[in-house]
Write a new protein. Structure first.
Length: 376
């Protein structure tokens, strides 16, 4: 009897798992965000400035998908905690309730055989009466957790039902944006920057350090320059892509090399936007970086982005904050695969990586000191 009550008190003292935010509500909020962004896509089809409107609508939809990714990851984590807690306690609680039920149904003459006599039996009965409400409260708490999981499952099912059409709409918007980018008026690249000097620099560059150190020295023929004041934007730059931080500045990669930039995991084909007004110093393939874009937001500063499947800009072009600069690599995923990867928090076949460096006078610095909108 004493051992049973000791175990009961240990069980009751263990706090039930609680999430800081309700994941089901997070999923519903993300779904509402996606619905609003889908409306922006409809409006963008008839907009006068289709490039700008499509870019804004695509980014809004991708932000909604990132919010859904965070919500599903939180939901999966909470579900695992609650299920593990429930599994570890269910058998023990069932045994204790069974023991209590047997005690309650013991015939009165037998109850008087308590080792401490009638007084001990009375005390045991009082303990049972005191503990029973707490057991009921604990059971109710577990039921609330399971109800929360049921709500999550329902919202997850709704997200899965809508995601296929959302991904199709998003892909069509990206196709429309690429077509609009091709038809927009552009100054020929050779009038903006000396193409011959750029080619010679690329042939001589055997690493990113050399390219970054020399490319800022190439003159730009375009009279318009990026506006001043970039230094004042430190800590307030918007994220260039809707995604999650997966690698930090200063970490070592698989080969043991220290990373001089950060990496953001985002859905394949995600839109990448200029976080600030800047001149395009380079746009094209470079060594093992693949398609890369180098922006100059101010004298002495370079922003380096790589991981593109498609590039929308040319060298010498002046960008405004929020202008589309390209799409990430990859292919349109199946809705089921996409949802599994969103829920698990993994970056599988449906996700790609945008690599970002920021250099000041040729030296890499931590980009996270400058950006405010990158979710971890």
């Amino acid at each position: 009897m004493i051992r049973i009550f000791a175990i009961l008190f240990l069980f009751l003292s263990a706090p039930a798992a609680r999430a800081l935010e309700d994941p089901a509500e997070m999923v519903l909020a993300a779904a509402a965000e996606i619905e609003i962004a889908t409306g922006l896509l409809v409006e963008a089809r008839n907009a006068t400035n289709r490039v700008q409107s499509l870019s804004r609508a695509i980014r809004s939809l991708e932000d909604g998908l990132t919010a859904l990714r965070v919500a599903l990851r939180a939901s999966t984590a909470q579900e695992n905690i609650v299920r593990a807690n429930f599994a570890s306690k269910a058998a023990e609680l069932g045994g204790l309730l069974s023991a209590l039920q047997n005690i309650e149904h013991t015939a009165s003459p037998l109850a008087m055989l308590h080792p401490q006599g009638a007084a001990g039996a009375a005390r045991a009965g009082m303990i049972i009466a005191a503990i029973t409400p707490e057991l009921e409260n604990q059971a109710a708490a577990l039921q609330r957790d399971m109800a929360s999981l049921a709500a999550f499952n329902a919202s997850h099912a709704a997200a899965e039902a809508n995601l296929r059409s959302v991904l199709a709409d998003l892909q069509q918007a990206r196709v429309d944006l690429a077509a609009a980018q091709e038809t927009r008026a552009q100054i020929p690249g050779d009038l903006l920057i000396d193409a011959g000097r750029l080619d010679r620099l690329l042939q001589a560059a055997d690493d990113l350090n050399y390219l970054a150190g020399e490319i800022g020295k190439l003159p730009i023929n375009n009279v318009a320059q990026a506006p001043a004041g970039f230094e004042a934007m430190r800590g307030n730059l918007p994220a260039p892509v809707a995604g999650l931080l997966v690698s930090r500045f200063g970490q070592r990669d698989a080969g043991g090399q220290i990373k001089t930039g950060i990496s953001i995991s985002a859905p394949a084909l995600s839109l990448v936007s200029a976080p600030n007004a800047a001149n395009v110093r380079f746009a094209g393939e470079f060594l093992n970086y693949g398609n890369m874009i180098i922006l100059e937001p101010a004298a002495g500063y370079l922003q380096i982005f790589s991981g593109f499947g498609q590039i929308f800009v040319i060298e010498g072009e002046v960008l405004a904050s929020g202008d589309a600069i390209g799409l990430l690599r990859g292919a349109l995923p199946e809705a089921e695969e996409f949802l599994i990867e969103m829920s698990s928090g993994a970056s599988g076949n449906s996700f790609e990586t945008l690599y970002i460096e920021l250099r000041v006078n040729g030296e890499p610095v931590d980009p996270m000191d400058w950006f405010s909108g990158i979710t971890e």
